[in-house]
Ligand binder design. Structure first.
Ligand SMILES: [Zn+2]
Length: 308
């Protein structure tokens, strides 16, 4: 039975509208967002049903923008047993925001998510994986804002994001003001490189065997798996905007096959919430060092009524 299998990783959903994706930004700029058709509610409901069917609790990294407009959806995610975490406020990449506006973005999204869900937000994922060597000041802001973990550094080489020198397993990031746990998305080491295999576009655009083998290999070696998907990636009926060829392929190709592939992954492996991986990591850390993590985590015990 599902409940008896060991947890091998986490499943996550980056909750945003189809028009928040970096690939469609030129055709759907922020000034037009309020007039574009919203699809996120139906998409998330389908993902919630899929997760129920596989008795899986996941982490939903939600935009504050979505929470301000659809608080009932965020509450429903929490009520159905999932973790609500932050994907920032309005999907600006961190390099574009800079440290000060990032702090505002973090505070606004956390407030909207905690108001909507009624539970404390402990995790963060940057829009478009935009924490890397040039934006590592983000960790200071996250520690300051009381986040216990982050899942934003893709340990790969990519034209838009990533840090190929970053660890590919959960690890602690220490900064002057404190520390947090980093949960990298799944990669497949091959010929001295780390190649992305964490879901999203990689699940949609590449043959399914690529992801399936990457997950199997990580599970065999005891490396926790972190998978993700966007709600719009299971929606072939979303509105189409005109895009240059590469962006069009990146956003629209393979939308019809993602739900089936997710179902097969969820049937084959027991995945949980990001916070479950953090807790497992901290237990191991305590065993190895003999130092209780509570001292590190205490400063990040955010509560909905507490300071934001
Ligand atoms: Zn996103």
């Amino acid at each position: 039975m599902t409940g008896e299998r060991p947890l091998v990783g986490a499943f996550s959903v980056d909750v945003e509208e189809w028009f928040h994706a970096e690939n469609v930004r030129t055709a759907a700029p922020p000034e037009r967002w309020s007039e574009l058709p919203s699809r996120v509610e139906g998409q998330v409901e389908r993902l919630l049903d899929l997760l129920d069917a596989h008795e899986t609790a996941a982490t939903f990294f939600c935009l504050g923008w979505v929470a301000e407009r659809r608080p009932a959806l965020i509450r429903r995610i929490a009520e159905r047993g999932h973790e609500v975490a932050s994907h920032g406020h309005d999907h600006r990449m961190l390099g574009e925001l800079g440290p000060d506006r990032f702090r505002d973005d973090l505070a606004r999204s956390k407030a909207a998510l905690q108001d909507a869900s009624g539970v404390a937000v402990l995790g963060y994922r940057a829009p478009t994986w935009s924490i890397g060597p040039a934006t590592d000041w983000a960790f200071d802001a996250l520690v300051e804002a009381g986040y216990r973990y982050d899942s934003s550094v893709f340990p790969v080489r990519h034209d838009r994001y990533g840090d190929p020198s970053a660890p590919i397993v959960p690890h602690r990031v220490r900064r002057a003001g404190g520390s947090l746990v980093e949960l990298p998305p799944l990669v497949r080491p091959l010929l001295g490189m780390n190649l992305p295999a964490a879901g999203g576009g990689y699940l949609r655009l590449l043959p399914f065997g690529w992801t399936r083998a990457a997950v199997a290999r990580a599970v065999r070696s005891g490396r926790p798996v972190m998978l993700y998907v966007h709600p719009w990636e299971i929606d072939p009926d979303q509105p189409r905007v005109s895009l240059p060829l590469l962006r069009r392929w990146r956003h629209y190709a393979g939308l019809g096959r993602v739900e089936g592939r997710l179902g097969r992954l969820l049937a084959a492996h027991r995945l949980g919430r990001a916070i479950d991986l953090v807790e497992a990591f901290e237990r191991r850390e305590e065993e190895e060092t003999g130092i209780p993590t509570a001292t590190a985590a205490a400063s990040s015990a955010a509560s909905p009524g507490g300071p934001r």
